[in-house]
Design a protein around this ligand. Structure first.
Ligand code: ATP
Length: 259
């Protein structure tokens, strides 16, 4: 398994996400029991955890789609609990989501899919400026030749790349990747891992990557954090996280390699 070379451009004096004491329950089902988390500028942070541990709930709270019960959730200097709707909309434009299913519009070409967020959010842009940006992001994901294709004509890995390109087009400061390698073959997984690292370098993004895929975690994570029982109980480099006698962490590691 290839290990990530820590990005030398991480700025540990700048926290783009700062979470303290985050608690979230749905009725009596307590999901997050006091989460503390920092994401530094330029960092790729991998969040690991078994199904149902609250990884998606966490990123929904970070992006203001769900609200916390208690605790502080500060994103790019703003407390998401206490900002206005308008401020939240503006903040969300600085956060890019890469969804598991790529979320492309099947009836639109690749170009139209990429134009869509620009037409919606960057109304002042000329067609020429839009075309230039589309070229830039397609180039970044290595799919310039697919500009006029329909999503149905693309492989799963290519769809994933276009999904990432569509997220990048609004030049987000933070990227949130939800299971970026799910359902892809091992070679395509490696390509997506490389792309996540290239995006980090080229666009200077700070990212949270949610995954069950330990090869991905090792390849893209400057730091890894594991959710257990509603808290981040293990945090550090990939090897530090798994260098433990905690049976639950060992089981997670072994299951990944047996399965
Ligand atoms: N809107 C909601 N209302 C009620 N319960 C919810 C809601 N959203 C999530 N949950 C519950 O919160 C728990 C955590 O869900 P979440 O989707 O965050 O898990 P996850 O760690 O992302 O899992 P997976 O790895 O399978 O995607 C689950 O028990 C889920 O049923």
């Amino acid at each position: 398994m290839l290990e990530k070379v820590r990005n030398p451009n991480i700025d540990t004096s700048k926290k783009v996400i700062y979470i303290r004491g985050l608690r979230k329950a749905f009725d009596e089902n307590v999901i997050l029991k006091g989460v503390d988390l920092d994401l530094y500028k330029g960092e790729n942070l991998v969040v690991l955890g078994r199904s149902g541990t609250g990884k998606s709930v966490l990123i929904k709270i970070i992006s203001g789609l769900l609200s916390a019960d208690t605790g502080e959730v500060n994103v790019l200097g703003q407390d998401v609990c206490c900002i206005t709707r308008k401020e939240l909309d503006a903040l969300r434009l600085k956060i890019g989501f890469s969804f598991q299913n790529s979320a492309l519009y099947d009836s639109m070409t690749v170009k139209e899919n990429l134009e869509f967020p620009l037409v919606r959010h960057s109304k002042h842009m000329t067609e020429q400026e839009r075309d230039k940006l589309i070229d830039t992001v397609l180039d970044a994901v290595g799919l310039r030749q697919s500009i006029n294709q329909m999503p149905a004509e693309l492989s799963g890995g290519q769809r994933k790349r276009i999904g990432i390109a569509r997220t990048l087009i609004l030049r987000p400061e933070i990227m949130l990747y939800d299971e970026p390698t799910a359902g892809l073959d091992p070679i395509t997984c490696i390509e997506i891992n490389n792309l996540i690292n290239e995006v980090q370098e080229r666009f200077n993004t700070s990212s949270i990557i949610i995954t069950h895929d330990l090869t991905c975690a090792r390849a893209v994570g400057d730091r890894v954090a594991m959710l257990l029982d509603g808290e981040f109980k293990r945090e550090g480099t990939f090897d530090e996280v798994f260098d433990t006698n905690d049976k639950r962490v060992q089981a997670f590691y072994n299951y990944n390699f047996i399965d």
